[in-house]
Write a protein that binds this ligand. Structure first.
Ligand code: ATP
Ligand code: MG
Length: 170
């Protein structure tokens, strides 16, 4: 049974938890029989969530980044982001929940024009829930969203030299 009405969410800010929150929303939706498509931009490394969602029916997870992405953007990253966005434009018609993980950064970096993301939001089918994550969400995206959450950094062990931990951070 699809949603009666679908809304738009933005998870932004520099605190930890944006991708995790989007995954949590999908988990809840799956439990209620909704289908989810999770498109992760920029990142291409193995993560715990990829292993977990492989086991879930109705969860379609696609990573579109290169495995050696190191925050230094190249033409290849632009090409991969555009390809990922084409998948998003198709997926918006096919799933109940569509997550565009790190899309705000993709727009911030100029890899995909803001106008294309706005078009996608504006032509979202009424029953589809759309979630856009990543730091530096543009005001034009925030204006169109129904739920906007800013994850605020208070403390993070990275700043006392701790490395990212498998199973917690990836
Ligand atoms: P998560 O994937 O844990 O839900 P996130 O999506 O909010 O976090 P991103 O900005 O996508 O965070 O960064 C991804 C990685 O960087 C994660 O491993 C996360 O733990 C780590 N991270 C998140 N916020 C910070 C921060 N403020 N400083 C350093 N590392 C961070
Ligand atoms: Mg993230």
């Amino acid at each position: 049974m699809p949603l009666k009405r679908g809304f738009v969410h933005v998870y932004t800010g520099n605190g930890k938890g944006k991708t995790s929150a989007a995954l949590g929303l999908c988990l809840r939706a799956l439990g209620r029989g909704l289908s989810c498509c999770f498109i992760q931009f920029l990142k291409g490394k193995p993560t715990g969530e990829i292993e977990a969602v492989k086991k879930l029916p109705n969860f379609h997870f696609i990573q579109t980044g290169r495995p050696d992405y190191d925050f230094c953007v190249t033409e290849v990253d632009k090409e991969l982001a555009l390809r990922g966005f084409q998948l998003a434009e198709e997926a918006i018609e096919k799933f109940d929940i569509l997550v565009l993980d790190e899309i705000n950064i993709v727009v911030h970096l100029g890899l995909i024009p803001l106008s294309r993301v706005i078009d996608l939001i504006d032509r979202k089918p009424p029953r589809v829930e759309l979630i856009l994550t990543g730091r530096h969400a543009k005001a034009e995206i925030i204006k169109r969203a129904d739920y906007v959450t800013e994850f605020c950094l208070v403390k993070h062990p990275f700043y006392r030299g701790e490395n990212a931990r498998e199973g917690i951070d990836f």
